[in-house]
Design a protein around this ligand. Structure first.
Ligand SMILES: [Zn+2]
Length: 175
């Protein structure tokens, strides 16, 4: 039974869209509260990371579990607890989600090559019961990364070639 008028449906769709930005807000607020500072949506870096923490040389991606196929094996593409692949038009969804997963992997590989660390935060890790634990764990990881990069000399600093340095400079000028 579908009693929604067109107007109501539009309102619902708008609500869903704005809700989609919520996970990012949770991470932003949580990290800010813990003393971390960041830039948003870095357009010049591969994958346009949601948050960029230069001091930690870290990009953070906040991923929706469905679109990015959380816990879905790229080979079998079976549904997971997080990502139920629709049975209608399954081939279409499988191809779409697989492409997203491949793109995510490729972008993070490029970032790593440029000397960036990447942290992926999944939407499911931000539900109220897990939220604080997840944010604490991101903070812990960031501090760990900083110590690795600046503390222990024996840990080699990620290699950055000249080209990506220029790339980064260009990105910095844009900020
Ligand atoms: Zn998930």
């Amino acid at each position: 039974m579908d009693k929604l008028t067109t107007e109501q449906r539009h309102k619902n769709m708008a609500a869903i869209r704005s809700k989609d930005t919520k996970p990012e807000l949770i991470v932003r607020k949580g990290l800010w509260k813990r003393g971390f500072r960041y830039r948003l949506n870095h357009k010049r870096l591969p994958g346009h990371p949601d948050l960029v923490l230069r001091k930690y040389r870290t990009c953070i991606f906040i991923n929706g579990c469905f679109w990015h196929g959380h816990l879905v094996d790229s080979k079998t593409m079976e549904s997971s607890v997080c990502c139920k692949i629709p049975t209608t038009n399954r081939d279409f969804w499988v191809a779409k989600i697989r492409r997203n997963k491949e793109r995510d992997k490729e972008e993070q590989r490029k970032l790593a090559e440029m000397g960036w660390h990447c942290i992926t935060v999944w939407e499911c890790e931000l539900k109220p019961s897990k939220r604080e634990e997840t944010l604490d764990s991101i903070a812990f990881t960031l501090n760990h990364i900083w110590l690795q990069d600046h503390g222990a000399k024996r840990v080699p600093y990620p290699k950055v070639d000249e080209e990506s340095e220029n790339y980064l400079k260009a990105a910095e000028e844009e900020i």
